[in-house]
Design a protein around this ligand. Structure first.
Ligand SMILES: CCCCC/C=C\C/C=C\C/C=C\C/C=C\CCCC(=O)SCCNC(=O)CCNC(=O)[C@H](O)C(C)(C)COP(=O)(O)OP(=O)(O)OC[C@H]1O[C@@H](n2cnc3c(N)ncnc32)[C@H](O)[C@@H]1OP(=O)(O)O
Length: 230
Protein backbone atom coordinates (compact mmCIF):
# COMPACT_ATOMS: atom_id res chain seq x y z
CA UNK A 1 0.00 0.00 0.00
CA UNK A 2 1.55 3.24 -1.02
CA UNK A 3 2.42 5.78 1.61
CA UNK A 4 0.27 8.40 -0.16
CA UNK A 5 -2.91 6.40 0.37
CA UNK A 6 -5.59 8.62 1.82
CA UNK A 7 -5.80 7.75 5.52
CA UNK A 8 -7.46 10.54 7.43
CA UNK A 9 -8.80 11.14 10.88
CA UNK A 10 -12.51 11.52 11.50
CA UNK A 11 -12.47 12.38 15.17
CA UNK A 12 -15.89 10.96 16.03
CA UNK A 13 -17.31 8.35 18.40
CA UNK A 14 -19.52 5.32 17.80
CA UNK A 15 -22.72 7.32 18.35
CA UNK A 16 -21.70 9.84 15.69
CA UNK A 17 -20.78 7.02 13.28
CA UNK A 18 -24.23 5.51 13.85
CA UNK A 19 -25.88 8.90 13.35
CA UNK A 20 -24.04 9.51 10.06
CA UNK A 21 -24.81 6.00 8.82
CA UNK A 22 -28.48 6.50 9.67
CA UNK A 23 -28.48 9.44 7.25
CA UNK A 24 -26.30 8.16 4.40
CA UNK A 25 -27.27 4.48 4.23
CA UNK A 26 -30.93 5.21 3.37
CA UNK A 27 -29.72 7.77 0.78
CA UNK A 28 -27.40 5.18 -0.77
CA UNK A 29 -30.22 2.62 -0.70
CA UNK A 30 -32.46 5.09 -2.56
CA UNK A 31 -29.79 5.60 -5.23
CA UNK A 32 -29.37 1.81 -5.53
CA UNK A 33 -33.13 1.60 -5.96
CA UNK A 34 -32.91 4.33 -8.61
CA UNK A 35 -30.28 2.35 -10.54
CA UNK A 36 -32.48 -0.74 -10.43
CA UNK A 37 -35.54 1.29 -11.49
CA UNK A 38 -33.70 2.82 -14.47
CA UNK A 39 -32.69 -0.64 -15.64
CA UNK A 40 -36.13 -2.19 -15.27
CA UNK A 41 -38.58 0.62 -15.98
CA UNK A 42 -40.92 0.36 -18.95
CA UNK A 43 -42.37 3.89 -18.72
CA UNK A 44 -42.52 5.94 -21.92
CA UNK A 45 -39.83 8.27 -23.30
CA UNK A 46 -41.45 11.43 -21.89
CA UNK A 47 -41.29 9.93 -18.39
CA UNK A 48 -37.65 8.94 -18.91
CA UNK A 49 -36.78 12.49 -19.96
CA UNK A 50 -38.68 13.98 -17.00
CA UNK A 51 -36.86 11.60 -14.66
CA UNK A 52 -33.51 12.66 -16.07
CA UNK A 53 -34.32 16.33 -15.41
CA UNK A 54 -35.29 15.55 -11.81
CA UNK A 55 -32.15 13.47 -11.24
CA UNK A 56 -29.90 16.16 -12.70
CA UNK A 57 -31.38 18.67 -10.23
CA UNK A 58 -30.51 16.34 -7.34
CA UNK A 59 -26.96 15.89 -8.64
CA UNK A 60 -26.55 19.67 -8.74
CA UNK A 61 -27.73 19.93 -5.09
CA UNK A 62 -25.29 17.23 -3.95
CA UNK A 63 -22.38 18.79 -5.82
CA UNK A 64 -22.84 22.10 -3.96
CA UNK A 65 -20.09 20.83 -1.63
CA UNK A 66 -17.98 17.79 -2.42
CA UNK A 67 -14.57 16.13 -2.05
CA UNK A 68 -11.96 16.58 -4.79
CA UNK A 69 -11.41 12.85 -5.34
CA UNK A 70 -12.75 9.62 -3.87
CA UNK A 71 -13.98 9.21 -0.31
CA UNK A 72 -10.69 7.72 0.90
CA UNK A 73 -10.40 5.71 4.07
CA UNK A 74 -11.27 7.54 7.27
CA UNK A 75 -10.35 6.21 10.71
CA UNK A 76 -11.53 7.25 14.13
CA UNK A 77 -8.93 7.93 16.82
CA UNK A 78 -9.43 4.38 18.14
CA UNK A 79 -8.93 2.93 14.64
CA UNK A 80 -12.44 2.14 13.49
CA UNK A 81 -12.18 2.17 9.67
CA UNK A 82 -14.84 3.91 7.60
CA UNK A 83 -14.21 2.88 3.96
CA UNK A 84 -17.57 4.33 2.97
CA UNK A 85 -16.65 4.81 -0.70
CA UNK A 86 -15.50 1.18 -1.12
CA UNK A 87 -16.79 -0.36 -4.38
CA UNK A 88 -17.94 -3.59 -2.72
CA UNK A 89 -19.02 -2.48 0.76
CA UNK A 90 -19.13 1.32 0.90
CA UNK A 91 -21.99 2.76 2.96
CA UNK A 92 -22.05 5.77 0.62
CA UNK A 93 -21.52 3.78 -2.57
CA UNK A 94 -24.67 2.79 -4.45
CA UNK A 95 -22.48 0.76 -6.85
CA UNK A 96 -21.68 -1.56 -3.92
CA UNK A 97 -24.33 -4.33 -3.62
CA UNK A 98 -23.56 -3.75 -0.56
CA UNK A 99 -21.58 -6.62 0.91
CA UNK A 100 -21.33 -6.86 4.71
CA UNK A 101 -18.87 -9.44 6.02
CA UNK A 102 -18.18 -10.74 9.48
CA UNK A 103 -15.65 -13.20 10.89
CA UNK A 104 -16.69 -16.05 13.13
CA UNK A 105 -14.32 -18.85 14.19
CA UNK A 106 -11.84 -18.03 11.42
CA UNK A 107 -14.47 -18.01 8.66
CA UNK A 108 -15.47 -14.77 6.95
CA UNK A 109 -19.05 -14.82 5.83
CA UNK A 110 -21.60 -12.54 4.20
CA UNK A 111 -24.93 -12.67 2.41
CA UNK A 112 -25.97 -10.29 -0.31
CA UNK A 113 -28.74 -10.06 -2.89
CA UNK A 114 -27.51 -9.34 -6.42
CA UNK A 115 -30.22 -7.66 -8.47
CA UNK A 116 -30.49 -6.36 -12.03
CA UNK A 117 -27.54 -3.97 -11.65
CA UNK A 118 -25.12 -6.90 -11.42
CA UNK A 119 -26.17 -8.79 -14.54
CA UNK A 120 -23.72 -10.27 -17.03
CA UNK A 121 -25.12 -13.23 -18.96
CA UNK A 122 -28.93 -12.77 -19.06
CA UNK A 123 -30.40 -13.41 -15.61
CA UNK A 124 -26.99 -14.20 -14.15
CA UNK A 125 -24.27 -12.43 -12.20
CA UNK A 126 -21.51 -10.66 -14.16
CA UNK A 127 -18.16 -12.43 -13.74
CA UNK A 128 -16.47 -9.16 -12.82
CA UNK A 129 -18.95 -8.61 -10.01
CA UNK A 130 -18.27 -12.11 -8.66
CA UNK A 131 -14.54 -11.30 -8.77
CA UNK A 132 -15.14 -7.95 -7.04
CA UNK A 133 -17.02 -9.59 -4.19
CA UNK A 134 -14.46 -12.36 -3.88
CA UNK A 135 -11.64 -9.79 -3.86
CA UNK A 136 -13.27 -7.94 -0.98
CA UNK A 137 -13.90 -11.25 0.77
CA UNK A 138 -10.27 -12.36 0.56
CA UNK A 139 -9.15 -8.86 1.59
CA UNK A 140 -11.24 -8.86 4.74
CA UNK A 141 -10.36 -12.50 5.45
CA UNK A 142 -6.64 -11.72 5.31
CA UNK A 143 -6.98 -8.50 7.29
CA UNK A 144 -5.70 -8.94 10.82
CA UNK A 145 -6.03 -6.30 13.48
CA UNK A 146 -7.90 -4.04 11.01
CA UNK A 147 -4.74 -3.79 8.91
CA UNK A 148 -5.46 -4.67 5.28
CA UNK A 149 -3.22 -6.51 2.82
CA UNK A 150 -3.14 -5.93 -0.92
CA UNK A 151 -4.37 -8.55 -3.34
CA UNK A 152 -1.23 -9.79 -5.13
CA UNK A 153 -2.85 -12.56 -7.16
CA UNK A 154 -6.52 -13.49 -7.35
CA UNK A 155 -7.32 -16.70 -9.22
CA UNK A 156 -11.03 -17.04 -9.97
CA UNK A 157 -12.66 -20.23 -11.17
CA UNK A 158 -16.23 -19.98 -12.46
CA UNK A 159 -17.81 -23.39 -11.85
CA UNK A 160 -21.29 -22.63 -13.16
CA UNK A 161 -23.35 -19.49 -13.87
CA UNK A 162 -24.61 -17.68 -10.75
CA UNK A 163 -28.30 -16.71 -11.02
CA UNK A 164 -29.19 -13.16 -9.95
CA UNK A 165 -30.62 -13.24 -6.43
CA UNK A 166 -29.26 -14.10 -2.99
CA UNK A 167 -25.67 -15.31 -2.72
CA UNK A 168 -23.42 -16.24 0.17
CA UNK A 169 -19.68 -15.61 0.46
CA UNK A 170 -17.34 -17.55 2.69
CA UNK A 171 -13.58 -17.19 3.07
CA UNK A 172 -10.83 -18.71 5.15
CA UNK A 173 -7.07 -18.33 5.50
CA UNK A 174 -5.28 -21.43 4.21
CA UNK A 175 -1.73 -20.42 5.10
CA UNK A 176 0.77 -17.66 5.76
CA UNK A 177 4.36 -17.19 4.65
CA UNK A 178 6.18 -14.03 5.72
CA UNK A 179 4.14 -11.06 4.48
CA UNK A 180 1.93 -13.34 2.36
CA UNK A 181 -1.45 -14.70 3.43
CA UNK A 182 -3.17 -17.35 1.31
CA UNK A 183 -6.96 -17.22 1.25
CA UNK A 184 -9.64 -19.43 -0.28
CA UNK A 185 -13.02 -17.88 -1.02
CA UNK A 186 -16.32 -19.18 -2.32
CA UNK A 187 -19.46 -17.60 -3.72
CA UNK A 188 -22.54 -19.82 -3.50
CA UNK A 189 -26.19 -19.82 -4.41
CA UNK A 190 -28.81 -22.01 -2.75
CA UNK A 191 -27.52 -25.05 -4.68
CA UNK A 192 -23.87 -24.69 -3.70
CA UNK A 193 -20.61 -23.10 -4.85
CA UNK A 194 -20.75 -21.28 -8.21
CA UNK A 195 -17.42 -19.42 -8.12
CA UNK A 196 -14.29 -20.07 -6.10
CA UNK A 197 -11.13 -18.05 -5.68
CA UNK A 198 -7.65 -18.45 -4.31
CA UNK A 199 -5.71 -15.36 -3.40
CA UNK A 200 -2.20 -14.40 -2.41
CA UNK A 201 -2.63 -11.39 -0.16
CA UNK A 202 0.51 -9.38 0.56
CA UNK A 203 1.34 -6.87 3.24
CA UNK A 204 3.55 -4.57 1.12
CA UNK A 205 7.02 -3.91 2.47
CA UNK A 206 6.23 -0.18 2.21
CA UNK A 207 3.01 -0.63 4.19
CA UNK A 208 2.86 1.73 7.15
CA UNK A 209 2.59 0.14 10.57
CA UNK A 210 -0.53 0.62 12.62
CA UNK A 211 1.30 3.15 14.76
CA UNK A 212 2.43 5.05 11.66
CA UNK A 213 -1.15 5.22 10.42
CA UNK A 214 -2.27 6.38 13.84
CA UNK A 215 0.43 9.03 13.78
CA UNK A 216 -0.61 10.09 10.26
CA UNK A 217 -4.27 10.47 11.14
CA UNK A 218 -3.83 12.09 14.53
CA UNK A 219 -0.64 14.04 13.95
CA UNK A 220 1.10 12.22 16.80
CA UNK A 221 1.48 8.72 18.18
CA UNK A 222 -1.59 7.54 20.03
CA UNK A 223 -2.43 4.26 21.69
CA UNK A 224 -4.78 2.20 19.52
CA UNK A 225 -7.54 -0.21 20.45
CA UNK A 226 -8.64 -3.27 18.54
CA UNK A 227 -11.97 -2.62 16.92
CA UNK A 228 -13.85 -4.38 14.15
CA UNK A 229 -14.45 -2.52 10.89
CA UNK A 230 -18.08 -1.36 10.67
C1 LIG B 1 -6.93 -1.95 0.66
C2 LIG B 1 -8.19 -1.21 1.15
C3 LIG B 1 -7.98 -0.44 2.45
C4 LIG B 1 -9.28 -0.27 3.21
C5 LIG B 1 -8.98 0.02 4.66
C6 LIG B 1 -10.22 0.12 5.44
C7 LIG B 1 -10.38 -0.34 6.67
C8 LIG B 1 -9.32 -1.17 7.27
C9 LIG B 1 -9.94 -2.33 7.89
C10 LIG B 1 -9.93 -3.60 7.40
C11 LIG B 1 -9.44 -3.96 6.06
C12 LIG B 1 -10.38 -4.89 5.46
C13 LIG B 1 -10.46 -5.17 4.17
C14 LIG B 1 -9.58 -4.74 3.08
C15 LIG B 1 -10.37 -4.04 2.05
C16 LIG B 1 -10.44 -4.36 0.76
C17 LIG B 1 -9.75 -5.49 0.09
C18 LIG B 1 -9.47 -5.15 -1.34
C19 LIG B 1 -8.14 -5.73 -1.75
C20 LIG B 1 -7.67 -5.12 -3.04
O1 LIG B 1 -8.31 -5.12 -4.02
S1 LIG B 1 -6.11 -4.37 -3.06
C21 LIG B 1 -6.03 -3.61 -4.67
C22 LIG B 1 -5.49 -4.52 -5.75
N1 LIG B 1 -4.10 -4.87 -5.52
C23 LIG B 1 -3.11 -4.03 -5.82
O2 LIG B 1 -3.29 -2.95 -6.30
C24 LIG B 1 -1.71 -4.55 -5.53
C25 LIG B 1 -0.67 -3.83 -6.37
N2 LIG B 1 0.65 -4.43 -6.13
C26 LIG B 1 1.41 -4.05 -5.09
O3 LIG B 1 1.12 -3.12 -4.34
C27 LIG B 1 2.66 -4.84 -4.88
O4 LIG B 1 3.13 -5.37 -6.07
C28 LIG B 1 2.47 -5.99 -3.83
C29 LIG B 1 1.99 -5.39 -2.51
C30 LIG B 1 1.44 -7.02 -4.34
C31 LIG B 1 3.81 -6.67 -3.61
O5 LIG B 1 4.75 -5.65 -3.34
P1 LIG B 1 5.99 -5.90 -2.35
O6 LIG B 1 7.03 -4.90 -2.74
O7 LIG B 1 5.56 -5.88 -0.94
O8 LIG B 1 6.41 -7.36 -2.79
P2 LIG B 1 7.83 -8.09 -2.74
O9 LIG B 1 8.48 -7.96 -4.09
O10 LIG B 1 8.60 -7.64 -1.55
O11 LIG B 1 7.36 -9.63 -2.59
C32 LIG B 1 6.96 -10.15 -1.33
C33 LIG B 1 6.57 -11.60 -1.58
O12 LIG B 1 5.34 -11.62 -2.32
C34 LIG B 1 5.53 -12.27 -3.61
N3 LIG B 1 4.75 -11.48 -4.57
C35 LIG B 1 4.98 -10.22 -4.96
N4 LIG B 1 4.03 -9.79 -5.78
C36 LIG B 1 3.17 -10.82 -5.90
C37 LIG B 1 1.95 -10.96 -6.59
N5 LIG B 1 1.44 -9.96 -7.33
N6 LIG B 1 1.28 -12.13 -6.50
C38 LIG B 1 1.78 -13.14 -5.75
N7 LIG B 1 2.92 -13.05 -5.04
C39 LIG B 1 3.61 -11.91 -5.13
C40 LIG B 1 7.01 -12.24 -3.86
O13 LIG B 1 7.36 -13.31 -4.71
C41 LIG B 1 7.55 -12.36 -2.47
O14 LIG B 1 7.44 -13.71 -2.06
P3 LIG B 1 8.66 -14.40 -1.25
O15 LIG B 1 8.80 -13.61 0.03
O16 LIG B 1 8.19 -15.81 -1.01
O17 LIG B 1 9.82 -14.31 -2.13
Amino acid sequence: MSADMDFRLEDIDDAEIARRLSIVEPLTDSVRDLVDAVIRTEVDDAELIAARTAIEAIVTRLRARQKDKGYGVAFTRDFTGMPWGNAATGARNAVAPPLRLSKVDGVTRGDVVLGAAYEGPGGHVHGGIAALLLDQLVGETAAADNMPSFTGTLTVRYLRPTPLGPVTLTGRVTGTEGRKTFVHGELSDADGVTVEADAVMIRPKSFPSRDQISAAITGHDTPTADKPTP
